[in-house]
Structure formats: structure tokens, C-alpha cells
Design a protein around this ligand. Structure first.
Ligand SMILES: Cc1cc2nc3c(=O)[nH]c(=O)nc-3n(C[C@H](O)[C@H](O)[C@H](O)COP(=O)(O)OP(=O)(O)OC[C@H]3O[C@@H](n4cnc5c(N)ncnc54)[C@H](O)[C@@H]3O)c2cc1C
Length: 381
């Protein structure tokens, strides 16, 4: 079947599904993106105002290079700022094996980085207070992706290229070998269920994926993550005053972004949270996690008002057993992209490219760095 006559449906209008849909539309494929909530919404994992982009902390640079190029190309098309370079500090004791590994990736990739001793950190970033026995790896290419603008830009480009977006909740997905995929879509406005058929389907339903695909039940867990903002009376912890992204999740579970979206408020996050059903997420308490973040703010960002967060928001992670995504074709016409475990936004353009290649049967011809071989479902079996 030639590509132009193919029909493909992508389930899930988060950043992963949106990039998959855009790559399919760019390939000239008739593509439909189905999202359960009217967009923009704040119920999944891709909403909000900022996400960290980094080279340090990743094992593959090709996908990040491609992704940054795509983000910047979108900036040109939309005339909007989607990426703000701030640099990133990843903390740890000297000789930390993980940091050594990540610095080796950058060294071998010919990318800039520095190892900073604690006194250098103290002089360069006086707003920070870290134990003298710690240092940090500095990634000058780290920065902030303006999440909601990024998502909107990808979807607008998709529509410009002739893509179609349907608002409706997919109730079931039936893959029929060799013939196509039948899906039932419930439409909230009309309270009716419609049956649609496509040649191929890509499922990127985030925290709802296991609910939609029983073969993933028990494998994925969805977590409610607290997003806290702390008042900065000194004004020193902003992008313009040079506070970089702070990455300390490996050792403390905490990471943070300089004040950007809410002037004078620094965003601090816990890399995790209580497990929850995505449809019942507001019933779960995450107080203990906010307490951990508060303690961290009090100790390491002493200029911030650590009495209590000025703003408290929530978001969702979809965790896989090894914190690496599942990017795979699970039937000849059914592809999945899920389990990004709190780290999928930065390289979502590359993930979209990988998913589109799997849907079009081009996954063996795609460049090595974009092969999904190590993200297959069967690695857990
Ligand atoms: C607080 C927080 C901070 C993060 N920070 C970073 C960071 O700094 N850097 C980084 O790279 N990543 C970060 N991430 C991770 C990143 O945001 C996620 O990996 C990414 O957004 C996952 O996107 P997704 O499209 O898979 O999921 P989602 O955005 O959840 O999209 C899934 C979509 O599918 C829809 N859907 C589900 N079921 C159905 C159905 N049955 N029918 C129709 N539609 C359906 C949902 O409504 C949703 O819109 C962070 C995540 C969180 C929560």
C-alpha cells in the first residue's frame, strides 16, 4: 500500500503523540490525532510552562541534536521562543560513576562541559549552598523548553500540514492482522460512541496507556508529581540573573528550574510521587513529597522563602520498570510509545520520528541513533 493512501491514527495529544502525528503528516500520510480532553488541558504529562532540556545525563546525543534542531526550526516557523538556554548543573561527589559516565558521553561527542569544585560553584552561583564535598558537572547547553508553547506549536504545524484532530476518548483498540485497526471513540459532547477504522494506529496515551492496552497492565505505573514554586525575594534565582537548571534527582530526587514562567517564583520538583489512577489523581495526598522539596530548598537555596510553596501544581509521570520508554510495534498495524518516566519531553521530536518510522515500516532504514531496538516491550518478558 503506498504511503499517501495510508490512514494512521495517533491516540493521545500529549507531546509524544503530537510529534508522532507531525512526522506522519510530514511524510504525506493522512493522519488523525485523537485526544480525550479539549486542548490545551492540564490532566496529563505535557502541560505546564517549562521542561528541562540537557545533554548531560543522557546516553545518546543524536536524538537530542535532532530534537533541538526541530525545536529551533519550530521557533523559526512560529516566530515564538520555545527554548531558553540557561545551562545545567548536575550535582554529585567527585568521581561519581554516573556523572563520570555522562561526562564521558559529552567528551566523546565533542560537547562542552566542565567539572566544578564546590568553591567554584559558590563563587559562580552565590545563591546556592551545597556541601563542600560535592561538586557538579556543568552543561552549558542545558535550557528550558516552554512546554505549553512547544505543544501548541507542534499541533498547529500538524494542522497546517492537513492533519486532523478529534476530541474524544478512545474506549477500545482492536488490531486486526493485515486489515487494520478498529477503535471505538466516545464523544463527551454528544455522549455517543463512534467506530473508526485506520490502517495503522500509534498509541501514546501517557498515564492512561495501560488502561487502554491490557498487554501493558502491571508494567506501567502512573505517578502524581508535585510541582512547587517558591518565592525569591532576592530576585537572584532567575534566568536573567544566571541561575541554571539544578539537577540533583539521582541523589536527592529533587530538581529545579530558575524563575521564568512565574516571575520571582523558582520551580522545584520531586522526581516521583504517589501512584495514582490518572482519572482520580486529585484524591491523592502528596504532602510528604512537598516536605522533601521544602527541606531541600531550605538547605540549598537559602535566599528563597522556604516556609511554604507560593504555588502548588501537579502533573503525571508514567513509569516503566527500568525508567526507559517502551517504543515498539506490538502488532503489524499497532505501535506504542509510553513509559517516558519523567524524562520524555526533551527528545520527543526524535521519539515522534521513531514512532512514525515504526508505523510506516521504515524502522530498519532509519539512522542507527533512532532505532527503537532497545526500547522493545519484550525486554521485560
Ligand atoms: C512535573 C513534570 C516535570 C517534567 N520535567 C521534564 C523535564 O524537565 N524534561 C523532560 O524531558 N521531561 C520532563 N517531564 C516528562 C515529560 O513531560 C513527559 O515524559 C512527556 O510529557 C510525556 O508525554 P506523553 O505524550 O507520553 O504523555 P501525556 O502528555 O500524558 O499525553 C497523553 C495524552 O493522551 C491522552 N489520552 C489518554 N488516554 C486517551 C484515550 N483513551 N483517548 C484519547 N486520548 C487519550 C491524554 O489525555 C493525554 O493528553 C516531566 C513531566 C512532569 C509531569
Amino acid at each position: 500500500m503506498n504511503q499517501q493512501s495510508l490512514t494512521v491514527c495517533v491516540i493521545g495529544g500529549g507531546i509524544i503523540g503530537s510529534w508522532a502525528a507531525l512526522h506522519l503528516a510530514e511524510a504525506g500520510v493522512r493522519t488523525t490525532l485523537i485526544e480525550q480532553f479539549p486542548m490545551p488541558h492540564t490532566r496529563g504529562s505535557s502541560h505546564g510552562l517549562s521542561r528541562a532540556f540537557r545533554l548531560l545525563g543522557e546516553l545518546e546525543l543524536d536524538r537530542l541534536d535532532y530534537s533541538l534542531e526541530r525545536w529551533q526550526a519550530l521557533e523559526t516557523v512560529t516566530g515564538e521562543t520555545l527554548f531558553i538556554k540557561t545551562g545545567l548543573l548536575n550535582f554529585g561527589p567527585p568521581g561519581d560513576p554516573d556523572l563520570e559516565k555522562y561526562m564521558t558521553v559529552l567528551r566523546e561527542g565533542g560537547r562542552p562541559f566542565e567539572w566544578l569544585e564546590s568553591d567554584t560553584i559558590a563563587s559562580r552561583f552565590p545563591m546556592l549552598a551545597y556541601p563542600s564535598e560535592w561538586g557538579a558537572a556543568w552543561d552549558p547547553n542545558g535550557g528550558i523548553l516552554i512546554a505549553h508553547r512547544c505543544l501548541n506549536a507542534v499541533q498547529s504545524r500538524f494542522l497546517t500540514l492537513g492533519g486532523r484532530i478529534i476530541t474524544g476518548r478512545v474506549e477500545s483498540v482492536h488490531s486486526q492482522p493485515g486489515t487494520g485497526v478498529r477503535i471505538e471513540v466516545g464523544t463527551a459532547t454528544t455522549d455517543t460512541t463512534e467506530v473508526l477504522s485506520f490502517d495503522r494506529t500509534v498509541v501514546c496515551a501517557g498515564p492512561w496507556t495501560a488502561g487502554l492496552l491490557p498487554q501493558l497492565a502491571g508494567l506501567l505505573s502512573s505517578l502524581l508529581t508535585p510541582v512547587t514554586y517558591w518565592r525569591d525575594p532576592s530576585g537572584s534565582c532567575s534566568v536573567s540573573n544566571g541561575l541554571p537548571i539544578l539537577f540533583n534527582a539521582r541523589l536527592t530526587g529533587i530538581y529545579g528550574l530558575p524563575s521564568c514562567e512565574y516571575p520571582g517564583l523558582v520551580k522545584m520538583l520531586y522526581h516521583g510521587g504517589p501512584e495514582t489512577d490518572p482519572d482520580a489523581r486529585d484524591l491523592v495526598s502528596f504532602k510528604p513529597y512537598v516536605k522533601k522539596v521544602r527541606r531541600y530548598v531550605r538547605e540549598h537555596l537559602p535566599l528563597l522563602d522556604h516556609r511554604k510553596p507560593a504555588i502548588l501544581e501537579t502533573c503525571m509521570y508514567t513509569m516503566s520498570p527500568d525508567s526507559n520508554p517502551i517504543i515498539d510495534r506490538i502488532a503489524d498495524n499497532l505501535v506504542i510509545g509510553c513509559g517516558f518516566s519523567g524524562s520524555g519531553f526533551k527528545h520527543s521530536p526524535a521519539t515522534g520520528r521513531m514512532l512514525a518510522a515504526l508505523a510506516l515500516g521504515q524502522d530498519k532504514t532509519i539512522p542507527e541513533g533512532f532505532r527503537a531496538d532497545r526500547y522493545v516491550l519484550e525486554r521485560y518478558q
